[in-house]
Design a protein around this ligand. Structure first.
Ligand code: SAH
Length: 214
């Protein structure tokens, strides 16, 4: 099938060639039909090396960024992960191939409905969705083994660190409205360890502990 071939090319040239080597991440990205997470008109561009619009002025991340963030979370099959910013649902679908359960939160209802429908159609029953401001996390279901924020934050919301287990990992873009650094935090018993994974560019994280809605 044509999309399967495009997907293999994407993984080879954009993911493996740039150093992603976690076999779970590679297997997940070979499996999830990325073209179904964009509108019909953009289907043929879905495996390109760039983000794409998904409506509501939001974007589905570039494939490499999805792979990089997923690998950075160092996930295992028993893990429960919280994602802030469901968007198209693609990142959640990739996570769902690797972990036990994905909790994903989105503040724009039309995007959430679309993603939810797709998860049901594709049989991704280990993804739980919620319509809310994710900057306050999802306390009832935590603490989590990992948290991924897929929108750019002005600073790291402390409540998200609170909702991580000891040993848990958080990956979040932090910076200005236009450019951010991808930051990884590991929560240890005696404090936090922080690493900078490099520059990136995400849409704004809007909410109580993010940017103000304008
Ligand atoms: N992970 C998505 C990327 C979507 S872009 C994907 O794979 O397609 C970022 C998303 O974050 C947008 O849909 C935006 O509406 C959402 N977002 C921004 N601020 C948010 C908040 N406070 N809570 C939940 N979602 C938020």
């Amino acid at each position: 099938m044509r999309y399967e071939r495009l997907r293999r090319e994407m993984v080879k040239r954009q993911i493996e060639a740039r150093g992603i080597d976690d076999p779970q991440v590679i297997a997940a990205m070979l499996k999830v039909p990325r073209h179904l997470f964009v509108s019909d008109a953009l289907r043929d561009q879905a495996y390109g090396d760039f983000p794409l619009p998904i409506g509501e002025q939001q974007t589905i991340s570039q494939p490499y960024i999805v792979a990089e963030m997923t690998q950075a979370l160092a996930l295992g099959p028993e893990d429960c992960v919280l994602e802030i910013g469901t968007g198209s649902g693609y990142q959640a679908a990739v996570l769902a191939q690797i972990v036990y359960r994905v909790y994903t939160v989105e503040r724009l209802h039309p995007l959430l409905l679309n993603a939810r429908r797709l998860f049901d159609e594709l049989g991704y029953f280990n993804i739980v969705t919620r319509y809310s401001d994710g900057t306050t996390g999802w306390r009832e279901e935590g603490p989590y083994d990992a948290i991924i924020v897929t929108a750019g934050a002005p600073k790291i919301p402390a409540v998200l660190i609170d909702q991580l287990k000891v040993g848990g990992r958080l990956v979040i873009p932090v910076g200005s409205a236009h450019t951010q650094d991808l930051v990884k935090i590991i929560k240890h018993r005696d404090g936090l360890r922080q690493a900078n994974l490099g520059g990136c560019r995400f849409v704004k994280l809007i909410g109580e502990h993010g940017w103000k809605d304008s």
